[in-house]
Design a protein around this ligand. Structure first.
Ligand SMILES: [Zn+2]
Length: 131
């Protein structure tokens, strides 16, 4: 069952999120599990490739692609009149996630702090999981 957040996305994105979150897509570990190939290495860096690795890979070209997409997100948030402090916090925490670091959960601005607190609630992250 899709959450109200995923239902707001275009069908192609809903499909991608479902496949990515459930690991049912063409990444190395899944292709090995499905017996479509024998090795699970990332073609860019040689590390085991699961869905998280696809987003965190530091192999040739991956960081540039990540940076391009972060710029697209930043521009979109600006066009959508997202509060600059919220933009900075979200982008910083996405960078931290990619680096394997824990998110920043404390902020001086009360509304940003409230958002960070809300995001730390397990019911928030469960809305992105596939049952
Ligand atoms: Zn890689």
């Amino acid at each position: 069952m899709a959450s109200k957040h995923t239902k707001a996305l275009k069908p192609g994105y809903q499909h991608w999120i479902t496949k990515h979150a459930s690991h049912n897509c063409g990444v190395g570990t899944t292709l090995v599990e499905w017996q479509h190939q024998e090795e699970d290495q990332c073609p860019r860096c040689g590390q085991p490739e699961d869905t998280n690795h696809v987003m965190r890979c530091a192999g040739a070209g991956a960081t540039e692609r990540w940076t391009e997409q972060m710029n697209v997100l930043s521009e979109w948030m600006t066009e959508a009149n997202t509060h600059p402090l919220l933009q900075d916090t979200l982008l910083a925490n996405l960078q931290r996630w990619r680096q394997g670091l824990p998110p920043v959960t404390i902020h001086a601005a009360p509304r940003i702090q409230q958002m960070l607190f809300s995001m730390s609630d397990p019911s928030f992250t469960s809305s992105f999981r596939v049952p």
